[in-house]
Design a protein around this ligand. Structure first.
Ligand SMILES: C[S@@+](CC[C@H](N)C(=O)[O-])C[C@H]1O[C@@H](n2cnc3c(N)ncnc32)[C@H](O)[C@@H]1O
Length: 243
């Protein structure tokens, strides 16, 4: 029998993902026996008497467990990509390079299907492994350079997070459907500049270039202020559309 994944939530805020409830699970707060995990109780206890709330893991809980290799696109930027493109359950998407899969699995969580191009063998293997975590059937992984070609056509969205996005422009133009979106994620402004040059004279119109900063707040009884540190520059997002 296959048990679904469980999320154990400890009062300290620490979360633990149980992938196989047929085995005992060990934490720094003690071990939880398999029988306890399979009991379907809302709260389970470790052998040290520590309590854990039992939840069904959400996509975000799984995303936090993603094994990371290359630098991932973080949630603030993923949120902006989804909001600006209006990605939904009818979208067919191509994403390159796949990297650790942070973006492609987030897209697959809301889109119809996502095809991922990843040229590096180690990163490709990492994507295969991370795909298992989500158990997603609408993600197709290809170990291939997107600079060579994009086989998929009539796409609603193409996302590029790789060093030289301008090298994919010819294929992007052919693969997008009319009105389809292109999002380029680039950490350096020099990349943005070179990308703009490559778009001139093509059927892609650049709509905007955006950077998003995220600052958390400390909210306690008598303390109400922004945190000292924040998530500042990650990358520029260039949003374009095939006209
Ligand atoms: C920064 S990572 C992408 C991270 C990914 N967006 C995420 O959120 O986890 C860039 C990836 O692009 C891949 N890459 C570089 N050139 C490529 C190409 N021509 N075609 C496909 N992938 C490529 C690299 O191997 C690397 O894994």
């Amino acid at each position: 029998m296959v048990f679904q994944k469980l999320l154990l939530h400890h009062k300290t805020g620490k979360k633990f993902l149980v992938k196989d409830a047929s085995l005992d699970y060990h934490t720094e707060f003690g071990s939880i026996l398999s029988a306890e995990l399979k009991s379907k109780k809302a709260v389970v206890e470790s052998n040290r008497g520590e309590a854990f709330s039992v939840l069904t893991p959400s996509f975000t809980d799984l995303w936090e467990q993603l094994q990371r290799g290359p630098q991932v696109i973080v949630q603030k930027d993923i949120g902006l990509i989804l909001a600006k493109t209006g990605a939904n359950g009818s979208f067919r998407v191509v994403d390159a390079g796949g990297g650790s899969g942070s973006l492609c699995f987030s897209l697959a969580n809301v889109c119809k299907e996502v095809t991922v191009y990843e040229v590096n063998q180690d990163h490709y293997k990492l994507l295969v492994k991370n795909k298992e975590l989500f158990g997603m059937k609408n993600v197709h992984l290809k170990q291939k350079s997107i600079y060579e070609e994009i086989e998929e056509k009539e796409l609603d969205l193409i996302t590029l997070d790789l060093p030289e996005p301008w090298k994919a422009m010819l294929h992007v133009e052919k693969a997008l459907k009319s009105g389809g979106f292109l999002v380029v994620y680039a950490p350096q402004l020099t990349q943005v500049q070179q990308f703009y040059s490559s778009v001139r004279g093509t059927g892609i119109k650049i709509l905007e270039t955006v950077e998003l900063l995220e600052r958390q707040w400390k909210v306690e009884e008598r303390i109400l202020r922004p945190e000292h540190e924040m998530l500042g520059h990650t990358g520029f997002l260039v949003l374009g559309r095939k006209m």
